[in-house]
Ligand binder design. Structure first.
Ligand SMILES: CC(C)(COP(=O)(O)OP(=O)(O)OC[C@H]1O[C@@H](n2cnc3c(N)ncnc32)[C@H](O)[C@@H]1OP(=O)(O)O)[C@@H](O)C(=O)NCCC(=O)NCCS
Length: 155
């Protein structure tokens, strides 16, 4: 997509970050279990915890409209969400590449077993399955999978 840029999100961006997470997750209903938190709880958590304490990247179009969000927490991809009207146009791939640049030693993430699109997406980006669970350890109580990416060995 033309004119798209990604930048670190600051405190003023928290509402836009929360909007992308809420809209994308809602649109992924079926692939992702229903949210256990209300929209207001998500907004509070993004403003109080995610933006201040984690590495948040916001992708915008040339008019500053938010399109996608990447949240890194240590070597975890904590959140990766693309706004529903612009999924499938390479924005998620750009943010995974950015995550690899930011964490060249390797990355981990959890995805729901039911999220076939995301599993295919991460497999294409070199992530492999390290662990599967029955979901008893997550808030949604839905089976999930820990995926890992390690950089290619340089010989
Ligand atoms: C998964 C996701 C981050 C990928 O980003 P994207 O910008 O849509 O992906 P790209 O255009 O770079 O790559 C295309 C691939 O992404 C996946 N994809 C595309 N649209 C998707 C959608 N609506 N939902 C899930 N995966 C999708 C597919 O694997 C697609 O490949 P395909 O053509 O073989 O189907 C994005 O679609 C998304 O936010 N989905 C909903 C939320 C989600 O599942 N987040 C990941 C949680 S772990």
């Amino acid at each position: 997509m033309d004119g798209v840029t990604s930048r670190r999100a600051g405190p003023d961006d928290a509402p836009a970050v929360a909007d992308v997470l809420i809209r994308s997750r809602r649109a992924a209903a079926g692939a992702i279990p229903p949210a256990v938190h209300s929209d207001a709880e998500v907004r509070d958590w993004v403003g109080a915890v995610v933006v201040p304490e984690r590495e948040v990247w916001l992708t915008e179009d040339s008019d500053g409209r938010p399109l996608a969000v990447l949240v890194l927490d240590g070597d975890w991809i904590d959140q990766l969400y693309v706004d529903p009207p612009v999924t499938g146009r390479g924005l998620g791939s750009q943010l995974v590449d950015l995550a690899k640049t930011r964490r060249p030693a390797g990355l981990r993430l959890w995805t729901f077993a039911s999220n076939a699109g995301a599993r295919r997406f991460y497999a294409r980006h070199g992530f492999t399955e390290a662990e599967t669970t029955d979901g008893s350890g997550n808030e949604e109580k839905a089976p999930d999978i820990r995926l890992v990416w390690a950089p290619p060995l340089s010989l």
